[in-house]
Design a protein around this ligand. Structure first.
Ligand code: SAM
Length: 234
């Protein structure tokens, strides 16, 4: 179970109403039961239920069962699409071990608004379901052009574009094996020519084809992360 509270030896962890309802109402746990907790910072801790109320509860940390497992330093940049598909992208990115998720506004982005808190909650759920101890941060929507204005020198960018042929990934994988990386997926309308020009001109940007078919943006995000993991990540 994910909690915001710090975790550590002897630490008491209060539960909010929803957490208490889930553990004691849905899961039917009682005082003395053991529950594994993580908060995205302190690893996973085994705790024991000290107080099981209807609307609140208290757990006590006993021992750490997993250290914090940081994923490789991979960012996923994507242009938000329909709500359900955007949720899917965030969920899959968190499952596959993205370290940070950055929704970006591009020239042809479909949706100019996101619910950051809702997307962050999806990232937490995904981390919970795959037994991770780390939760990627979901950023607020920002303009791709502004992000590129301040792009870090060392961070390599895997720019996924269906207009390209050939797979540059293996080549660049050897050259930039230990560098931090980012993956960029465009919106349903793809990238504008201005964006393409700019991305081609960036030293850190490596254009990558994901095959001869045009994939939906959510499929492309999963395919790109899989490729990246195979070549560079773990
Ligand atoms: N503009 C395109 C069109 O309507 O013909 C479609 C864009 S596609 C649905 C959305 C995004 O997924 C693209 O901007 C790109 O980042 C990624 N993508 C989809 N298929 C791809 C492929 N075969 N190779 C590389 N990237 C791809």
């Amino acid at each position: 179970l994910y909690v915001e509270h710090p975790l550590g030896a002897g630490q008491s962890v209060p539960l909010d109403r929803d957490q208490a309802h889930y553990l004691f109402g849905v899961m039917r746990l009682q005082a003395g039961a053991r529950v594994a907790l993580f908060n995205g910072r302190d690893g996973e801790w085994q705790t024991v239920v000290v107080d099981a109320g209807k609307r609140s509860g208290l757990l006590q940390c006993e021992e750490q069962s997993k250290p914090l497992q940081m994923p490789p330093d991979l960012w996923l940049l994507f242009a938000p699409i329909k709500k359900a598909r955007t949720d899917f992208i965030v969920e899959k990115a968190a499952e596959m071990g993205a370290a940070r998720i950055l929704p970006v506004g591009t020239d042809f982005t479909n949706s100019e608004r996101i619910r950051r808190d809702r997307l962050q909650a999806h990232a937490v759920e995904a981390a919970e379901q795959c037994g991770g101890t780390f939760v990627p941060e979901v950023d607020d929507l920002q303009k791709l052009s502004r992000l590129l204005d301040h792009w870090p020198d060392e961070r390599q960018l895997m720019f996924c574009d269906e207009a390209e042929v050939g797979n540059a990934l293996e080549l660049y994988g050897q050259q930039h094996e230990n560098a931090p990386w980012a993956i960029l997926i465009g919106p349903e309308g793809g990238f504008s020519e201005t964006e393409r020009k700019r991305l081609h001109a960036m030293a850190q940007s490596h254009v990558v084809s994901l095959g001869p078919r045009i994939l939906r943006a959510d499929t492309a995000a999963v395919a790109a992360m899989t490729l990246w993991q195979k070549a560079l990540g773990d």
